[in-house]
Design a protein around this ligand. Sequence first.
Ligand code: WAQ
Ligand code: MG
Length: 250
Amino acid sequence: MRASLGEKHISGAERLLVFAQLEETASAMLHRALRHPRGVAERIFLTLQPVPRAQVLKRPLLSLSTFAVEDWRQGRQCAAELLEQIGLRSSLVQRAISLLAAGPSPCGGAMRGAMLVDVVSGQRLEFDQSRGVRVSRLDIDPAAQSAIELLLRAKHLNNPRVVEAWVLASKVALYPQIVAELCWSDDPDYLTGYVASAQNGYQRITHLKESGSEIGGRIYFVRPATDLVELIDRLQLEPVLFGAPIPEYY
Ligand code: WAQ
Ligand code: MG
C-alpha cells in the first residue's frame, strides 16, 4: 500500500501473505492510510500480486538490541558510533545523518522509499530521488509468529511498528552489497530509529529525532561498483519470510 496527499508521502506498507488473509489485511492498510498522523491520504494505491510459493525464501531475523539515549542529539551520536563500528568513515556518516535530517526528497520532505548511498563516494545512487527504493515482498513466517511475539513481549516491544521495521531491516541485510542501514521514522510521534547490518544486527536507538518532526527516512549504504539494477530488483521483488533470530551462545 502507498498513500499520498498531493506530493506528500503519507504512509506505505508491504506484506507477504496467503490468499485467505488478503481482504482483512487490505482493509487494515486502508484504515492506516486514512488515519495517519502525517495527514489524511487523498490517493491510495493497493497493489496485490501473486508470488509462487516455491520462490519464497526463509531466513532468520537479525538479532535485536536497544540503545537507550536521553534525546536525539545523543541518539545521533550513538548512531554515528554504531555506523563507524561497521566500518563507515566518520565524514560519510555525518553527511548521511545531515541528508536524512534535511529531508531527502527534492521538495525537502520524506521520500516514499529508501536512499542508496555509495559508501566510498558518498553519492546518492537511487534513480528517482523522491521515490527512492521500496523494499517489498517480506513478512514474518506464520510458523514463527508466536515465537517472535513471545520474544518481543519479553522486551515490551510487541507492536506492529517494531515488527515491520525489524523484518524490513532483516531483508535489506541479506544483500552483501549493502553494508549498513540508518533509519528513523517520518511519523511525527515516533522517535525511535535504528542502525542495522548483517554484521551487528538490528540496533534500535530510542531517540533519533525531535518530537513533531515529519522528516525521516532510510539510507542503505551500498558498496562501490554494485550492480544497482540487480540489487534494486531483489530488494523490491525477492520474496522472503522471516523466522526467529538465531540465538547467540557465548
Ligand atoms: N522500503 C524502503 N524504504 C521504506 C520502506 C520500504 N518498504 N518503508 C518505509 N521506507 C522509508 C520511507 O522513506 C519512509 O518515509 C521512511 O522509511 C520511514 O518509514 O524498532 O516507522 O514506516 O522501534 O515511518 C523504526 C524503529 C521505525 C522501530 C521506522 O519508519 C522500532 C518507521 P516509517
Ligand atoms: Mg511513516
